[in-house]
Design a protein around this ligand. Structure first.
Ligand code: ADP
Ligand code: MG
Length: 317
């Protein structure tokens, strides 16, 4: 079979008919022409995923396509925004049609679910690396920053982080597929929650590197500290059954792309009932800087080292 060239790749796998009121011209010219909508700020995010570092070497191509877009849309969600356009810079060593078809299927599956239009990109030959840029929009002045946390805010997380990290371990051991593995393969960005948080949350971040690390960014940007209650951490039955010290996975596991956000106390119930997913209050923002994890008596508590060591050295992602 002939291997497709650069222009065949673009035409066959990435150039899909797309219309959007704010898209003047998409794939096929030297540049995309976008017309920002009045009343909205644009949020631009970009993330690269590399084989062997962000995903295992033999991960199926449709999962790679999904993930490349998902990690970016998650950043859009963390800003309280909605995705509009994506740009895909793809380097592949050998252009196998089957691989490209599966990759684009996974990519477009999430793009269609989230109304994200692929409006351009670049295709080159090289070691597998995928950079996606997403442009999103949010009503003027409503983007949620890391820097807005206030003393006394409740610290909340969506869903049950930690599952994807346990799923990745399963995958690397070659264990059978289960719900945890699915969490790693197909993370679902919290876009519906992002809308609920617009104009309500003081600060937000998506959990890509682990709760402690990512909450740490909010604390640093906001110049505040936090108390986290170990007993309040949400541990799913699946995670509890799968690993020792599941709380360590909740605290340090990345890859779930749940949101961590800070709410004024009086908004917590409203957000919990409006959200499509479980929202757990895990602690509160304090004037004393630094992050402390306390047990139900308020005493400082040190999670088992194993979990911390396990994730250390994965480096910045
Ligand atoms: P140029 O040579 O002018 O840089 P290219 O030949 O790289 O243009 O790209 C042609 C068109 O195809 C452009 O509109 C570009 O945005 C789009 N494109 C290239 N690669 C991809 C890709 N992987 N995904 C989506 N669009 C792409
Ligand atoms: Mg180009």
């Amino acid at each position: 079979m002939n291997t497709p060239g650069e222009f065949d790749i673009i035409r066959n796998y990435f150039h899909r008919h797309a219309t959007a009121i704010d898209l003047v011209a998409g794939i096929g010219d030297d540049g995309a022409v976008l017309r920002p909508r009045a009343g909205f700020d644009q949020v631009v995010v970009t993330d690269t995923i590399i084989e062997g570092r962000h995903f295992p070497k033999d991960l199926p191509a449709d999962d790679i396509g999904w993930r490349a877009l998902a990690v970016n849309i998650s950043d859009i969600a963390a800003m309280g925004a909605v995705p509009r356009f994506a740009f895909l810079n793809l380097a592949v060593e050998h252009s196998s049609g089957a691989w490209l078809q599966a990759f684009s299927n996974g990519f477009f599956e999430l793009a269609e679910m989230t109304n994200t239009v692929l409006a351009g990109g670049d295709t080159t030959q090289g070691p597998l690396s995928i950079t996606v840029t997403v442009i999103g929009e949010v009503p003027n002045g409503k983007a949620i920053m890391r820097s807005g946390a206030r003393i006394g805010d409740s610290i909340c997380i969506s869903g049950t982080p930690g599952e994807a990290a346990a799923g990745l371990e399963r995958l690397q051991r070659g264990d059978a597929e289960d719900a945890l593995v699915k969490r790693f393969r197909r993370p679902m960005p919290r876009l519906a929650l992002a809308r609920t948080l617009q104009g309500v949350a003081h600060a937000a971040i998506d959990i890509s590197d682990g709760l402690v690390a990512d909450l740490g960014h909010i604390l640093e940007s906001s110049g505040v500290g936090a108390n986290i209650r170990f007993d309040a951490l949400p541990v799913s039955d699946a995670l509890r059954d799968a690993v020792n010290a599941p709380e360590d996975y909740v605290l340090a596991g990345g890859d779930d792309y749940e949101l961590c956000f800070c709410l004024p106390k009086n908004a917590v119930e409203r957000v919990q009932s409006a959200a499509e997913c479980d929202i757990t209050v895990i602690g509160e923002i304090t004037a004393q800087t630094g992050l402390s994890i306390v047990d139900h008596t308020g005493a400082a508590c040190t999670p088992k080292r194993q979990g911390w060591e396990h994730f250390r050295g994965e480096g910045s992602r």
